[in-house]
Design a protein around this ligand. Structure first.
Ligand code: ADP
Length: 400
């Protein structure tokens, strides 16, 4: 196929442990026809989908107890809203591409086998991503399924950022600092390339601050350091994840508290971060900002401290910084966090204009700032859709 037709759809899927996010794109253009998600997949499952105008679609009944059932309900709803639609390809967010995949790949059984081998590296995500691919393969036989990896953007990082200082045999086994949020960094990079190519040619730090949070140092368009490492736990504190931690703490939990790995996993993934710091108040930055209490200050102060610290480290690694880009729910919306992160960074050439910051403007830096500070609204769904379009042989008539 060389030209897009009106009845062609591209599906972008993002399967989590109990959720399935979906965006249906036309053959051309950046705006989805349908977006939505199934949540709490299981006995209590829900599904909400809306069209391009924001109107909710009447969901075709379905079994929301499994990813396959949820996908079937999504497809039935979409077919009802767009009769005659032909799916050209389906793109999937996959958390781990291991050492092999630095680019999206069209899924075959051999690829699926490789992705399954990576399950031990991302046990909370990879099996669900694979289940989502299998469900889509069954629903759309013969349609290309394209895996887009959160790790891919960081492949090719220098050894010193890729390794831990533990016996080298672990590195050879694949115990490395893969880095995540790659689809978001990929999008931000492509957007900077479009709107500010001179910045992309230099030293950029992107702060993806959402419920999951990480930062990436991008030198001449390539990832050279990331705050997330072997798992999605490392680096910045997140909604409920701990971020950087001294491994001695884990030994303490094992030896002194006799916790097992399931209990420790539960603490590190689900009870830490902003939630843990705020003494259980909230994992949600907006709620914490509104709370304005001793507990919320504890969480916000630590979050800001860690972002600043990472920023300094990344600028040092690149020998300076030309642009700082905020994205993710917090980065795109929280004036308070952006202001506080940028405070006292004049020595790094960072100075924001408070009016622009308050207005959530695209460029936040003041005219005196040596470093450009920006917000880019990240679009992981679009990165997936673009890869899926490419696999279907659709030539995009829009900026890539
Ligand atoms: P995810 O990683 O799940 O995709 P998001 O990128 O949607 O998460 O980010 C969610 C976070 O963004 C939450 O902590 C939420 O409180 C925060 N957030 C969204 N809007 C605002 C706002 N106006 N002010 C402060 N925080 C906000």
């Amino acid at each position: 196929m060389t030209s897009a037709d009106r009845n062609t759809g591209i599906l972008a899927l993002n399967a989590g442990s109990s959720s399935l996010k979906v965006a249906l794109f036309p053959a051309e253009g950046d705006e989805p026809l349908v977006t939505g998600q199934a949540d709490r997949i299981g006995p209590e499952g829900t599904l909400k989908l809306k069209d391009a105008s924001g109107a909710e679609l009447t969901v075709a009944g379905g079994d929301l107890t499994s990813h396959a059932g949820a996908l079937a309900a999504i497809i039935a709803t979409v077919k009802g809203a767009f009769p005659g639609l032909r799916m050209a390809s389906v793109g999937h967010r996959v958390v781990h591409g291991g050492l092999d995949y630095a680019e999206p790949v069209t899924v075959t059984e051999a690829v699926l086998a490789k992705l399954a081998e990576l399950e031990p590296f991302a046990p909370l995500h990879q099996p669900h991503n694979i289940a989502g691919i299998r469900a889509a393969m069954a629903a759309f036989p013969g349609v290309p399924q394209v895996a887009c990896f959160d790790t891919a953007f960081h492949r090719g990082q220098p050894f010193v950022n890729d390794t831990f200082a533990i016996p080298h045999r672990y590195y050879e086994k694949g115990v490395r600092r893969y880095g995540f949020h790659g689809l978001s960094y990929d999008y931000v990079t492509s957007e900077l390339e479009r709107i500010a190519p001179h910045l992309m040619a230099g030293r950029v730090v992107v702060a993806h601050l959402g419920n999951g949070a990480s930062m990436c140092a991008i030198y001449k368009g390539r990832s050279v350091a990331s705050s997330m490492g072997f798992s999605a736990l490392d680096g910045l504190p997140m909604g409920t994840r701990c971020g950087q931690i001294d491994p001695g703490v884990l030994l303490y939990m094992l030896d002194r508290e006799h916790l097992d790995t399931a209990q420790i996993r539960q603490i590190l993934y689900n009870e830490s971060g902003l939630l843990g710091l705020s003494g259980g108040l909230s994992n949600d930055m907006r709620t914490l900002e509104e709370a304005d209490s001793a507990q919320s200050h504890r969480a916000i102060d630590y979050f800001v401290f860690r972002v600043q610290r990472e920023l300094g480290a990344m600028a040092a690694v690149m020998g300076g910084i030309d642009a700082l880009v905020f994205c993710g729910g917090i980065g795109e919306n929280s004036r308070v966090i952006r202001r506080r992160v940028c405070e006292r960074l004049g020595w790094m050439g960072i100075e924001i204009d408070h009016g622009r910051n308050a207005a959530n403007a695209t460029v936040l830096s003041s005219e005196f700032s040596r470093t450009t500070v920006m917000i880019v609204t990240t679009r992981e769904d679009l990165v997936i859709a673009r890869a899926a379009r490419a696999a279907a042989g659709i030539n995009e008539g829009v900026a890539a």
